[in-house]
Design a protein around this ligand. Structure first.
Ligand code: HEC
Ligand code: HEC
Length: 181
């Protein structure tokens, strides 16, 4: 009986530890490997998606969402992945062309697009292959970040937050959260 209880406690402690580990993993450094995946996605997107969705996410075709503004991205990953797999209207089905992992990576890239451009213009010169984890002080959602009246410091190495707009800051934080997950 006693051993059953302590066994349960041990299981509970392990569950807590796994929980903590997962939280930390969510905000790890972005490394060369993360940048390489995005580099591949940029090419995959250019070859397969840009003719309708535009290289910068600004659509080339009526009825296509504007990814540079994050249009339709309020939908869940699950919903968007179903549409990517099976197609919708003029949008082709991708399930026979990309495996599940590639589809996930493509969706991550599409979600990160607005911030990808801010990052290239403002951050890449110093963070070519590494960005240390984001501070826990930064609001957790894009909406919260946009609505916050607080000053937000994103980078101890630079006063970059004073020269970019709040929208650009929200976009680049979204980009980093995806890259660092
Ligand atoms: C032939 C043109 C075309 C190509 C190529 C194309 N798309 Fe689309 N895509 C569309 C259209 C049109 C829509 C809007 C569909 C609708 O709402 O009817 C769309 C919508 C989407 C959506 C949003 C779905 C929604 O309705 O909310 C995502 C995500 C998406 N495309 C990703 C991709 C990705 C990733 C690629 C490349 C692998 C790609 N698309 C290639 C035309 C295209
Ligand atoms: C002039 C160089 C420079 C530029 C430009 C720059 N950074 Fe940094 N950044 C640094 C340095 C130096 C550090 C200190 C930590 C390290 O890299 O080891 C840092 C740290 C960070 C950290 C870790 C958290 C922290 O506050 O230390 C994040 C996140 C970050 N930068 C994001 C960005 C983003 C996003 C941009 C672009 C909007 C950017 N940085 C632009 C040099 C720069």
């Amino acid at each position: 009986m006693i051993s059953a209880v302590s066994g349960f406690k041990a299981m509970f402690a392990t569950a807590l530890m796994v929980g903590v580990a997962t939280c930390l993993a969510e905000t790890g450094d972005a490394t060369q490997e993360d940048f390489d995946v995005f580099e591949t996605m940029r090419d995959t997107y250019s070859e397969n998606c840009a003719m309708c969705h535009g290289f910068d996410g600004i659509p080339m075709l009526a009825g296509v969402p504007n990814f540079s503004k994050g249009e339709r991205m309020e939908k869940s990953d699950e919903e968007l992945l179903v549409i990517m797999k099976d197609g919708k209207g003029l949008m082709p089905a991708w399930k026979d062309i990309f495996d599940g992992e590639r589809q996930n990576q493509l969706l991550d890239y599409v979600r990160a697009m607005p911030g990808d451009q801010v990052f290239s213009a403002r951050c890449l010169e110093c963070h070519e292959n590494r960005v240390p984890a984001l501070s826990h002080q930064i609001p957790k959602t894009k909406t919260a970040l946009l609505e916050s009246k607080e000053d937000i410091e994103i980078c101890t190495g630079n006063d970059i937050e004073t020269v970019i707009s709040r929208q650009e800051l929200a976009d680049v934080v979204t980009y980093l959260r995806i890259l660092q997950k």
